[in-house]
Ligand binder design. Structure first.
Ligand code: NAD
Length: 170
């Protein structure tokens, strides 16, 4: 039994994340997906709640035949304690998948095996770019799984992003 952990903010979950996940499911028996910065929402960089992101990941994963756990995890103020915090929130795992340099460093210092994955179409499969397209009224739907489009439409997510990006100043 080999359990792998995949961590991200998923603001929103996009096809780059999905490509990585489809590779991971071939390498492990069970997968834990951690929704990072769970406490954040309604910000330009973090428009979606942890619950909305749980739904995005869970629905997108329905096509993968694997046991998965989708677990939100809040940030803490001390990086040196973060791995203990993470481990206290998730089932035991043997390997973690991430490209985030801070996360790689913290996990490796704690003796956890880390695997990096190639970046797919980074110019368009990017949360920053997708949020920018949403704000500009450009087409973003082709860069996220169909199930995620439905969820973002269902919560009127693009209008939320546009509203919170407004200033109350003239
Ligand atoms: P992210 O959603 O930006 O990315 C998730 C993963 O997907 C990353 O490994 C990224 O490289 C990969 N990815 C992105 N685009 C891709 C593409 N096109 N193709 C393939 N892969 C792609 O999330 P993140 O920034 O890695 O999330 C890390 C989380 O860990 C954050 O929520 C952060 O706050 C949290 N964290 C917290 C602490 C603390 O609380 N002290 C410490 C470390 C990390």
């Amino acid at each position: 039994m080999r359990r792998g952990l995949y961590l991200g903010r998923f603001q929103p979950y996009h096809l780059g994340h999905h490509q990585v996940l489809k590779k991971i499911v071939r390498e492990v028996d069970e997968i834990i997906i951690c929704i990072g910065s769970a406490q954040k929402s309604h910000e330009i960089e973090n428009p979606f709640t942890a619950g909305e992101r749980v739904l995005m990941v869970s629905r997108a994963l329905e096509e993968c035949d694997i046991k998965c756990y989708v677990i939100p995890i809040e940030d803490i103020q001390r990086n040196s304690l973060w791995v203990s915090h993470l481990k206290s929130m998730v089932p035991p795992f043997e390997i973690a998948y991430t490209n985030n340099p801070l996360v790689i460093e913290l996990l490796r210092e704690a003796g956890i095996e880390v695997k990096q994955s190639p970046l797919f179409k980074r110019n368009s499969y990017s949360g920053t770019e997708i949020r920018r397209m949403m704000l500009k009224g450009e087409k973003w739907e082709q860069f996220v799984p169909e199930k995620v489009v439905e969820i973002i439409r269902g919560i009127d997510g693009v209008n939320r992003l546009k509203t919170i990006s407004q200033s109350d100043q003239e």
